[in-house]
Design a protein around this ligand. Structure first.
Ligand code: SAM
Length: 170
């Protein structure tokens, strides 16, 4: 269920530190069809709508060679998220999960990632599918899809499954 500003039963809110540890540059802006979190998908799809990603100066020269890759990893800043809930109840049913065990947009540093399908680049504008953010979401970084570089390690004997992920035994 989409969160606006409420705190749900069982959730834990913490006091935010006074000062952030680092600064960020917004390198661009993502245009999508979604203006409300109610309509925005939880995860993007490669058959989803075509989105327009504008890269700002002075970063545009960094787009050289990006078109070599059909899949890119975008990192973006969920600028409308609250940041202070370390235990969350995604289903609003009283059960909670630690923030670092879920992909909730509510996190200390609301950084999101998507692997997008690059359709084309025109100057400083990228057109891609696979996003799940609101129109106007700030872009932090672009990288080639990491699976094109380093294969994931094969599952080890002794790993166990938690839902759709595999974790080493503690
Ligand atoms: N794919 C990313 C990930 O896994 O890191 C983001 C997943 S997050 C569950 C996607 C949700 O974030 C959307 O459904 C929407 O509710 C919320 N969202 C999207 N854009 C946002 C923004 N600019 N500020 C705050 N929340 C946003």
């Amino acid at each position: 269920m989409v969160r606006e500003q409420e705190i749900r039963p069982g959730e834990l809110q913490v006091e935010m530190p006074e000062k952030p540890s680092a600064g960020l540059f917004y390198i661009g802006r993502i245009e999508t069809p979604w203006t409300s979190r109610m309509d925005c998908p939880r995860q993007g799809r490669h058959d989803g709508p075509l989105c327009r990603i504008e890269i700002f100066e002075p970063w545009t020269a960094g787009l050289q060679d990006v078109a070599l890759y059909g899949r890119l990893e975008l990192l973006y800043w969920l600028d409308q998220s609250r940041r202070d809930l370390v235990l969350q109840s995604p289903k609003s049913d009283g059960t909670t999960r630690g923030v670092f065990s879920i992909r909730s947009p509510v996190r200390p540093n609301p950084i999101a990632t998507s692997i997008v399908k690059l359709e084309r680049i025109e100057g400083n504008i990228l057109y891609a599918r696979g996003l799940d953010c609101l129109n106007g979401t700030p872009l932090l970084d672009i990288k080639p899809d990491r699976t094109l570089f380093s294969p994931l390690a094969a599952a080890q004997k002794g790993d166990f499954d938690v839902g759709d992920i595999s974790l080493p035994r503690p």
